[in-house]
Design a binder for this molecule. Sequence first.
Ligand SMILES: Nc1ncnc2c1ncn2[C@@H]1O[C@H](COP(=O)(O)OP(=O)(O)O)[C@@H](O)[C@H]1O
Ligand SMILES: [Mg+2]
Length: 224
Amino acid sequence: MIIKAIKLKKYYESNQSTIKVLKEVNLQVEEGEFIAIVGPSGSGKTTLLNILGLLDNPTSGELYLNGKNTASLSDKEKRKIRLHKIGFIFQNFNLISSLTALENVELPMALAGISPKEQRKRAIELLKAVKLDDKINSKIHELSMGEAQRVAIARAFANNPSIILADEPTAQLDYENKMNIIELLQKLRKKRNTTVIVATHDLSITRNFDKIYELKNGKLINQT
Ligand SMILES: Nc1ncnc2c1ncn2[C@@H]1O[C@H](COP(=O)(O)OP(=O)(O)O)[C@@H](O)[C@H]1O
Ligand SMILES: [Mg+2]
């Protein structure tokens, strides 16, 4: 089991009141599964992905990644896991707009200490896999939304992570581009046996997943 979350809670304190975003989240994900977490805006999807990706801590509860309890990890160890084992895809892409598609995909590999030659080889392979052969040297600000999101997918896979967390990856796209993004995620993960979790409020994209969970009243409910 690659992810095991037990009774995760996340509360936010805001002027005298407590917002209970996650009340009791239990989740078990097997290696290679393609999972959707659905729920309306404000239901806590981003909060949950940030906790699963070690960007944020739960208020209480346990999170095991690859069998290891994450509570005992130092910040440095968490950073290392985020760089090598987890790929993030964000709603707003989080790409560096003044750099090219190629440079954006190379960046996490550079941080991981991969040789420049290998970085280039892998980045070109990934950009071809997301059908951006002709945009490799384009700057991000020259790309369409759909193209930029495909660069973000290529970047997320750069260090060959075991888990990809995608937060509303299709939110800014039209229907055709949405379906393209989901298909590409499917194709890439199958080849590499990557576990992929997609959080979305958009039910039109939730076909083809292995499991669908709904985040409701701070709990995850299996819909499959
Ligand atoms: N840092 C924070 N401080 C206080 N409240 C927050 C914080 N982050 C998120 N929230 C609140 O938690 C709830 C869930 O937010 P979020 O996880 O972003 O939901 P979703 O991604 O499903 O739209 C919202 O009510 C939001 O306002
Ligand atoms: Mg969100």
